[in-house]
Write a protein that binds this ligand. Structure first.
Ligand code: TIU
Length: 224
């Protein structure tokens, strides 16, 4: 089993291809395109759109090496039976009613155009698409079963938004015993202050939730 060593904070992160998955969180039009959930919540989507080419480069490097890739999508059943009233009510109050009609179809509803992953990062055969009703990718999904079945112990995590779904997923993974490396340049929040604070919160205290680095360092390690 070949080990790759990546320069990271708080110290080097080591992984093998066999035990590692690239987890791309919620790179959906609803968060990265005009008129989606992210924009309707009152956010500027420039930063979440901006990372698409950088995520693509990381995705291509993972594909080249045959690493397991998991794409998550936040969203709900068309009848919203899996959307807690608390989430629905708060979204509506903010002008982002889950299930409401928007320019890309119904907001955050499975099967709608806005719920889909952006074209540049379209999953290919062999990659896993995981639909999740919550912010964390483990909550009410079969992600843990999939990872354990594949023998995955390490997660390279990226996507949007750093402080919401990326952070929640890393925290959930950490409590389940997975070693997470946050790819900070492949992740974005609507406000850079939220992004930076979250990156620090993950690697501080000796890596209380995991590690953080940039994708070029992972790609360099994979090529070394
Ligand atoms: N609002 C916000 O920053 N994020 C979300 O609602 N979901 C994800 O992070 N995917």
């Amino acid at each position: 089993m070949k080990l790759y060593t990546v320069d990271a904070l708080p110290y080097a992160y080591e992984f093998s291809l066999e035990e590692t998955a690239l987890v791309i969180i919620d790179m959906q039009r609803d968060f990265c395109a005009p008129g989606g959930f992210g924009e309707k919540l009152g956010n500027d989507i420039a930063l979440t759109r901006g990372i698409i080419p950088i995520v693509r480069r990381m995705l291509e490097a993972a594909r080249e090496k045959g690493m397991l890739v998991i794409h998550t999508r936040e969203g709900h059943r068309p009848d919203l039976s899996d959307c807690p009233p608390a989430k629905l009510n708060r979204g509506r109050k903010q002008g982002a009613g889950i299930g409401d009609q928007g320019p890309m179809g119904r907001i955050l509803v499975r099967g709608e155009y806005g719920h889909g992953i952006v074209d540049e990062l379209t999953p290919i055969d062999g990659e896993i698409i995981l639909d999740k009703p919550g912010k964390g990718a483990f909550y009410s999904t079969d992600l843990e079963l999939i990872l354990r079945t594949r023998g995955i112990q390490k997660l390279l995590v990226c996507g949007v938004t750093t402080h919401v779904c990326v952070s929640t997923t890393i925290r959930e993974a950490n409590d389940r015993g997975f070693d997470c490396l946050l790819l900070r340049d492949c992740s974005a929040a609507f406000d850079p202050a939220d992004h930076e604070a979250t990156v620090r919160s993950i690697h501080q205290q000796g890596g209380i939730f995991g590690w953080a680095t940039t994708s070029d360092k992972v790609i360099d390690a994979l090529k070394a």
